[in-house]
Design a protein around this ligand. Structure first.
Ligand SMILES: O=P(O)(O)OC[C@H]1O[C@H](OP(=O)(O)OP(=O)(O)O)[C@H](O)[C@@H]1O
Length: 210
């Protein structure tokens, strides 16, 4: 399911979507997020649409406002922001900066020499691409005094967030919830993982059809 067209990632075409509430946000920012996003139909070889989120990062206004907007979704003041590779490595530091805290990477590829460190790893899934999710976080960067806001650009099955919530719990830290740009989660997943989003996936879907 993974596209070779960078920086596009895949999201299933016929995913179930809930109509749950999304936290109200800056209307202009929401409009920019909806406008700058593109669905891509790769054609016969693929039975689902691909997501092109690159327009978000190209818009300087989005880049300026997205950190504070996501930080504002946190139900409490975090002591640290955690986000998964790859998009989370862009978004996470923007949110951490807005919240006045530090950032910790959650890696998907645990084979790199740079990760020769004590890691807390957890698996979950399958994720939106049908594959198991395995994430690892350096244990020395999280502790029992930490309240952790997880940040990502998109939630679909919640597999990434589930693994992160378990990692945070294993570190003895407090999981505050997740702040995301696009909430495509089903209601039970949204509630279980404390997901708050700026836009709903169905809003993007409506734009595709209009
Ligand atoms: O709720 P889930 O089913 O776990 O899916 C959510 C994940 O999907 C996207 O990642 P993607 O695989 O597209 O990778 P990217 O961060 O490199 O764009 C997004 O950035 C989330 O991390």
């Amino acid at each position: 399911m993974r596209s070779t067209v960078s920086p596009v990632s895949s999201v299933p075409l016929s995913v179930g979507r809930s109509e749950g509430s999304v936290t109200p946000a800056d209307p202009d920012l929401r409009e920019r997020l909806l406008t700058a996003f593109r669905w891509i139909d790769p054609g016969e070889w693929c039975d689902h649409l691909l997501t092109d989120r690159s327009g978000w990062w190209r818009d300087p206004v989005i880049l300026d406002r997205i950190g504070p907007a996501l930080a504002a979704l946190s139900p409490a003041q975090p002591t640290v922001v955690v986000a998964p590779a790859t998009s989370g490595f862009l978004l996470g530091p923007l949110v951490a900066r807005a919240a006045g805290v530090g950032f910790v990477e959650a890696y998907r590829d645990l084979s790199g020499a740079e990760l020769a460190d004590d890691l807390i790893t957890r698996s979950s899934g399958p994720g939106h691409d049908g594959r198991p999710v395995v994430l690892g976080v350096r244990s020395r960067h999280l502790g029992s005094d930490d309240s952790v806001l997880v940040v990502d650009d998109w939630v679909e099955t919640g597999a990434q967030l589930s693994a992160l919530a378990e990692i945070i719990s294993a570190a003895g830290a407090r999981y505050l919830g997740a702040a995301v740009i696009v909430d495509g989660a089903q209601l039970p997943v949204r509630d279980r993982l404390g997901v708050r989003g700026l836009v709903r996936e169905v809003e993007l879907d409506h734009r595709r059809r209009s």
